[in-house]
Design a protein around this ligand. Structure first.
Ligand code: PLP
Length: 402
């Protein structure tokens, strides 16, 4: 075997997440006692709710630590349907509990795709969609909005149709609503028109709805239409990582899918994880069975409003409106070609992100991580004081470019 053959061609091409290098720079600053404003995280902070913690503790105390059903605890699968309002159209056999929403996505690709089948992604795909699709031998393709369309990178039914004409091997279209990284929310009409195209072309409509409780200004979640026709093609992916405080590390997600797809995924799961950790499933069960605590959303909305109030004062940057999730998306193309005080010309979102961290302690995620050069993703799921100080630092950093 040649040295170059030790790792498969597929995984040999994987790069660690772009944001890793930026994290190291942030850590260096912390070690030197310099301030860091962490807007790079995709996670809410704060305390884990006691009822979630106690459910996991109780599961350990009660010896709930033996192998369970590979598709997940029956009780949790049933409550997942309540949580999503899907109990009328589905039964627990349609629910597969996974190790985070990530594994649900991987299950979907593995269950549906044959080698080189095309996986259509929306226009600013979340960082792991492509690696997961490729690892499942799928062929990921981004659907871009038509040139000149300015709908905050939301794609239309026509955009999807255009891609489907060119990609007859497409098996699924994956929509992230609300969208990480752009913070956009497709309306019910937009969701319906995309769903219709999927059904017309007999491809799956995979809906990653991980941030679906974090909608602002009184919006309600635009549920896709559920009837006999759509039920054959819709796959919901969700979990507890984002809609609660401090729950990302519990690693629980789930999918709700048609019978055949769920069966294939549960089968697969019986061979490669035997289902997620049982105590963590008990924690998830407690989380979603409890009346939903809207404080988190309200607090995030206040942060969003604070950021918006300062948006006009940020030099060179256009801040997009954020109807949902906790990411503010900044168009930073005007920064390119400008020099930092140290004389470096900024040419990309990575250059800008590096400058912001290295010299000002402001951690963001470069748009290139989401295949959208020219933007920065700024997470506002941070304590208020850190948000205020960080916006101030970012304002100074941008004003220092010439
Ligand atoms: N989908 C989106 C859009 C995400 O932002 C994330 C995590 O950041 C995931 C899926 C994966 O979620 P989990 O941490 O539950 O695996």
């Amino acid at each position: 075997m040649l040295d170059s053959e030790r790792i498969s061609v597929k995984l040999g091409r994987f790069r660690p997440s772009l944001t890793l290098q930026l994290r190291l720079l942030a850590r260096e600053r912390t070690e030197r006692g310099l301030p860091v404003y962490d807007f790079g995280l995709g996670e809410t902070k704060g305390e884990l709710a006691p009822y979630i913690r106690e459910a996991a503790e109780k599961a350990y105390r009660d010896g709930q630590t033996m192998y369970g059903d590979p598709a997940g605890l029956k009780e949790l699968r049933s409550v997942v349907l309540d949580w999503l309002g899907l109990d009328d159209g589905y039964g627990i056999d349609n629910v597969v509990v996974t190790t985070g929403a990530k594994q649900s996505l991987f299950n979907v690709f593995l269950a549906i795709c044959d080698p080189a089948d095309c996986v259509l992604l929306d226009a600013a795909p979340w960082v792991s969609y492509q690696p997961l699709a490729v690892a499942a031998y799928g062929f990921p393709v981004m659907v871009l909005p038509a040139a000149g369309a300015a709908n905050y990178l939301k794609i239309s039914a026509e955009d999807l149709r255009r891609n489907l004409r060119m990609r007859p091997s497409a098996k699924l279209f994956l929509l992230n609503n609300p969208c990480n990284p752009t913070g956009q929310l497709y309306t019910a009409e937009e969701v319906e028109s995309l769903l219709e195209v999927c059904i017309e072309h007999r491809i799956f409509f995979v809906l990653d709805r991980l941030y679906w409780r974090l909608l602002y200004d009184g919006a309600t979640y635009p549920e896709p239409r559920l009837d006999e026709e759509t039920r054959r093609w819709i796959i919901h992916v969700d979990g507890i990582s984002k809609n609660f405080r401090r729950t990302g590390g519990l690693r629980i997600g789930w999918s709700v899918a048609p019978d055949d797809v769920s069966r294939a995924m549960a089968n697969l799961q019986s061979h490669y994880t035997s289902g997620p950790s049982t105590p963590a499933q008990h924690a998830a069960l407690a989380a979603i069975r409890h009346p939903y605590d809207r404080h988190l959303r309200d607090e995030l909305q206040e942060n969003r409003d604070l950021l918006r109030a300062h948006a006009d004062k940020l030099p060179l940057v256009k801040v997009w409106p954020t109807p949902a999730a906790f990411y503010s998306f900044w168009d930073v193309r005007e920064c390119f070609g400008r020099r930092t005080p140290a004389g470096r010309v900024l040419e990309s979102s990575e250059d800008l992100a590096e400058y912001l961290i290295r010299h000002w302690g402001v951690v963001t995620a470069p748009g290139s991580a989401f295949m959208q050069e020219g933007y920065l993703r700024v997470s506002f799921a941070v304590p208020r004081q850190e948000l205020e100080a960080g916006i101030e630092a970012a304002t100074q950093a941008l004003a220092a470019l010439h």
